[in-house]
Every structure is written in structure tokens, then in C-alpha cells.
Design a protein around this ligand. Structure first.
Ligand code: TXA
Ligand code: MG
Length: 324
């Protein structure tokens, strides 16, 4: 694989061509890095599953360049989904909609719906736009980590996760540190009201304000599969424990105003919720790199992005590092 730092337009065109040729391209987004393939190429998409070691019935999000590309992928769009796409794209929200013919079983995990997102990152948008110019319809991309592990927010993390699994012709586009740091909000838009499947930077309040509808959460049995919905996910190798007192030798992650317990190893001191989301995954990785056995996380309070942080740290905790 080739890593391209500060990609130029020439590099972007090369990467778009690689996608058309069926290669994989890791690209930065505002949330986390994605492992991309041509979403209509069965063989290329199946490589994503083997590189990640991800079960094939877990659907991929299709990344498109703008709301204008939505019609190609979906059969039916409720008004509130159009409002969400208009308001928040490009941005960290994925909409699950009834699929069109273009969205085959190999991208939807055999489900009758497909997830779509327009990422808010200049490199991602340039790549998708060039790919569409070459005749592509969308880039299928999960987070660029091995199945069950922590999503990468830096190029070094991408290399650590996937370096050993990519082919010589695959590309990695460097975009620096991901600005948001946790994955997109996922909304099931196949019902009369929006259902949050995964909390993220686009908050419940923002969605309710934009749609005028009450948001539901995913507790009901809706028959939708999302790997991020499994209990153990987003897990480092260390055992993650939530809201417990750190002992000497434990890793410790908390807001900056919470003092480090004696002997604990501070892994991050974010000053606010946005910074907390941005540094969380790197802090978990740092714990693994130091070979720590346990990482204690003091979760932030409040709604909005704090909810996403509690969701991910809770899942990291139930993973107990056993997933990989
Ligand atoms: O921020 C993000 O969403 C990042 C960047 C790269 O865009 N992507 C990402 O993809 O987090 P992934 O595959 O790691 O997580 C997406 C989650 C998975 O749990 C997947 O199962 C679920 O979304 N998902 C995708 N399509 C779906 C669908 N049609 N129905 C239900 N869940 C779906
Ligand atoms: Mg993921």
C-alpha cells in the first residue's frame, strides 16, 4: 500500500482511478478514517470485509458527494429525511433509507435498506467527486479498523490497524487528525419518525428541531443490523472500566478538571466535550501502546456529543478487549 501525505488534486484523481479499478482507498472524514471501495463492485467490497475481518452481513455506509446523488441509491425518501440531508450534509449523519436497485445485497448486508452519508472533509469530498466523474456511484466505507476494534482518527492508527492487510496497489490518503473523532450519527429513516441507531455529533435535539418530529431510540426490535449496535465494539486490548476509581498502574481518561488518582496513568485531559470526542480513541490506543491492562474512563455528563462518548466508552467496556 502507498501512503499519500497532503494529497494534491493529482493524487486524488489517482485514488479515484484506483477505486474504479477495484482497489481499496483509505480516506479521511470529519468523523474517523474510512476504508473505501467502489460500492457497486462486489469483489472490491468483499475485500473490505476480509481486510477488516468483518462478518458479511454487516452493511456498509455508502458515501456520496451531495444530496443530488441520493436518488440513485434510494427508492423512497420521507420528507423528514430530505430535511435532515439538506440541513446536515455534508456532515456527520448517516441516513438509512429504502434501497434502490443499485444497492445490492453485498453492500446492504442483504437488508432492504441502505445507509448514505456525505462526509464533511475536503479530501473525502474531492475523492468522491472525482470518483463520480469517472462513472462511480458511491464509495462504500466502514471505519478503517479491524472488526470490533477502535476506529482510527490518525494515519498512524490506520497503519497499525490495517497496514498488514492491505495490498500494494491500495492507497491511504492522509488528512491529519479527524476533527470530530467519533463516528457519524446513524438515523433509521424507514419509519414515520427518525430512530437513532448510533448517537454522534448531530444530536437528538438538532434532529428534532430540524424535522419537527420526536426522535426514538433503537431499543425497539426493528430488525436492523448495525455492528456498532453490538454490545462489544470500539474495544482496545486493555479492559475498559467505566466510572470506577483508577488504581495505580491503570490508564485514566477524564475531563481535565477531574484530578488523576494517585499512581494512575493519565491518557487524556480534554478541556471540553468536543475535545473529549476528538481524543478518546487515540487515548485508548495510547493505553494499548503502553501495554496497560486496564483503562478507567470517567464519562462526561449531559446530552449531545456526551451521549456519543458514553455510548462508545460503554461499548469499549463491554468488549473487554476480547473481540480481536
Ligand atoms: O462516521 C462514520 O459513519 C464512519 C465514516 C468512515 O463515514 N463510518 C463508519 O462505518 O462508522 P462503520 O461501518 O464502521 O459503522 C457503520 C455502522 C455499522 O454498525 C453498520 O452495520 C451500520 O452502520 N449500517 C450501515 N448501513 C446500515 C444499514 N443499511 N442498516 C443498518 N445499519 C447500517
Ligand atoms: Mg466501525
Amino acid at each position: 500500500m502507498e501512503i499519500i501525505n497532503n494529497p494534491t488534486q493529482v493524487d486524488i484523481v489517482k485514488a479515484a482511478k484506483a477505486l474504479i479499478d477495484g482497489q481499496l482507498v483509505v480516506f479521511p472524514t470529519e468523523t474517523v478514517y474510512g476504508l473505501g471501495a467502489d460500492a457497486t463492485n462486489k469483489k472490491a467490497v468483499s475485500r473490505i470485509y476480509s481486510v477488516k475481518s468483518r462478518p458479511e452481513n454487516h452493511p456498509l455506509i455508502v458515501h456520496i458527494s451531495s444530496i443530488n446523488q441520493l436518488d440513485k441509491w434510494v427508492a423512497n425518501i420521507p420528507d423528514y429525511a430530505i430535511k435532515l440531508a439538506t440541513e446536515f450534509w455534508p456532515g456527520p449523519i448517516t441516513l438509512i433509507l429504502k434501497r434502490s436497485e443499485l444497492a445490492k445485497d453485498f453492500i446492504t448486508g442483504g437488508q432492504d435498506n441502505v445507509g448514505l452519508r456525505v462526509p464533511d472533509h475536503s479530501i473525502a469530498l474531492a475523492l468522491i467527486t472525482e470518483f463520480e466523474k469517472l462513472g462511480g456511484f458511491g464509495i462504500g466505507a466502514p471505519s478503517a479498523n479491524r472488526f470490533g476494534a477502535v476506529s482510527p482518527t490518525t494515519i498512524e492508527a490506520v497503519e497499525l490497524e490495517l497496514g498488514g492487510y492491505l495490498q500494494a496497489e491500495d492507497l491511504i490518503l492522509d488528512g491529519g487528525l479527524s476533527e470530530i473523532g467519533v463516528e457519524s450519527t446513524i438515523i433509521n429513516c424507514t419509519k414515520e419518525y427518525p430512530v437513532v441507531l448510533r448517537p454522534g455529533a448531530i444530536t437528538t435535539k438538532m434532529i428534532e428541531y430540524t424535522t419537527g418530529l420526536k426522535v426514538q431510540f433503537n431499543q425497539e426490535k426493528i430488525g436492523i443490523r448495525a455492528s456498532g449496535l453490538m454490545e462489544s465494539h470500539y474495544s482496545p486490548k486493555a479492559k475498559v472500566v467505566i466510572d470506577a476509581i483508577a488504581e495505580p498502574g491503570d490508564g485514566f481518561i477524564a475531563l481535565a478538571n477531574i484530578p488523576t488518582p494517585a499512581g494512575a496513568i493519565r491518557l487524556a485531559s480534554p478541556e471540553n466535550i468536543e475535545e473529549y470526542a476528538r481524543v478518546l480513541y487515540e487515548a485508548l490506543r495510547a493505553g494499548d501502546q503502553k501495554g496497560l491492562k486496564k483503562i478507567k474512563i470517567i464519562q462526561p455528563e449531559g446530552d449531545g456529543l456526551a451521549l456519543a462518548i458514553r455510548d462508545r466508552s460503554g461499548k469499549a467496556a463491554s468488549g473487554k478487549g476480547s473481540v480481536r
